[in-house]
Design a protein around this ligand. Sequence first.
Ligand code: BJW
Length: 234
Amino acid sequence: MADRPALVILTGAGISAESGLPTFRGAGGLWEGHRVEEVATPGAFARDPELVLRFYDARRRALSTVEPNPAHHALARLEAVWDGPFLLVTQNVDDLHERAGSKRLLHVHGELLRARCTICGWADRWTGDLLGVACPSCGRRPALRPDVVWFEEVPIGLERIEAALARCTLFAAIGTSGQVWPAAGFVDRARRAGAHTVELNLEPTDASDRFHEHRFGPASRVVAAWVEELTARR
Ligand code: BJW
């Protein structure tokens, strides 16, 4: 078991950019003039639920118009042939990794295609709009929210991620600015475990100097090439 390389991959909004989903920071990162920090907090939802639900309803609708790109498909291919421990942690709430065929996948910031009730706790898959809709379980309104992790909320699956990072030998971060914690610290945890760390991004980030190796360029190109190299070696 010890000689089988253990891989942890962290993806961010940049991997879905070429599918047509905007990233949060940088050009096009504003939604109706709001920064993500203004619409992705429990405080924003309490103050103005309509604004927040419109933001998520628009993104959920956009999701049905886009497809996984070659970077999502390359990671699914890599998982299929990888014979050691493998975990794909995505910060993305879209379902493009699933649609590409990824299985050992964890949505650390939740999923856009799920909703939950802030009153009775009901939670399930949800593909329609949420604005103006009553909870299917308790009937209250407004009560439903997207089942995603906002600032100040606890990310999902941290124990499983910590266990994977503690034994990983290769860590890659793809298309993430490294500005949001605790995900931004995964590279440091992987390094402490002795892993080789690779950043794949369109351009250098503020976190770049914390990685051993860099591949700069669009994810559709650099991820596919990196996966080719890894699979050719095996
Ligand atoms: C391409 C490309 C192409 C473009 N190819 N690349 C100080 C220290 C530690 C923590 C904190 C701190 N101060 C505050 C905190 C806490 C806070 C935080 O991090 N705040 C920062 C603003 C500083 N974090 C939290 O509150 C988290 N919870 C928490 O800490 O709980 C406490 C706790 C922790 C642990 C145990 C117990 C308790 C929760 C964070 C939740 C983040 N939620 C969001 C919204 C989710 C729902 C939604 O999608 O709407 O998650 S915010 C948003 O940012 C979203 C993303 O997942 C996340 C990360 O963004 P990402 O993916 O990196 O996107 P971008 O846009 O930033 O970058 C895109 C990158 O792609 C760029 O680099 C481009 O170059 C690149 N790119 N095109 C390749 N074609």
